[in-house]
Design a protein around this ligand. Structure first.
Ligand code: ZN
Length: 141
């Protein structure tokens, strides 16, 4: 396991805007505040969602669409640079009225309501291609 020590930067509380995309709003926020690395968590509700399941054999993301109202029971993620842009790597657990869940790597979701906590770090992290997984990962060594 590779790691680096980071110094804590700033903390934010945010309310996401109804009708807008979850991840895009986080990335717009990161751009506006000049965030080069951060972790966040949130909760709320979404009107729909698309998660991407990574097929470890094919090494490709497969989209899974949910066109229904969903509770955002839990959402976690981090912000770093990817291909010259700030990227909010976001995972979410959604729940339905019967309590069943859908979860995964979040591509997009339309916000019904959302709240977010963000903690930034005084470190610039840029993802690089990992040949083993074919994912864009943090280079921490
Ligand atoms: Zn992911």
């Amino acid at each position: 396991m590779d790691s680096i020590e980071v110094a804590g930067g700033r903390e934010f509380l945010a309310r996401l805007e109804h009708g807008k995309d979850w991840r895009a709003q986080i990335e717009t926020f990161a751009e506006r505040e000049g965030v080069d690395s951060a972790v966040f968590f949130g909760l709320g509700a979404a009107q729909d969602a698309r998660i991407m399941f990574y097929d470890q054999d094919e090494k490709e993301y497969e989209p899974v669409e949910f066109d229904e109202p969903l509770e955002v029971a839990s959402l976690v993620g981090n912000i770093s640079w990817l291909d010259g842009e700030r990227f909010a790597h976001t995972h979410a657990t959604f729940s339905r009225p019967d309590g069943s869940t859908a979860a995964g790597h979040l591509d997009r979701a339309t916000v019904f309501a959302g709240e977010l906590y963000v903690r930034t770090f005084e470190t610039t992290l840029e993802r690089t291609h990992d040949e083993v997984t074919e994912l864009d990962l943090w280079p921490l060594s």
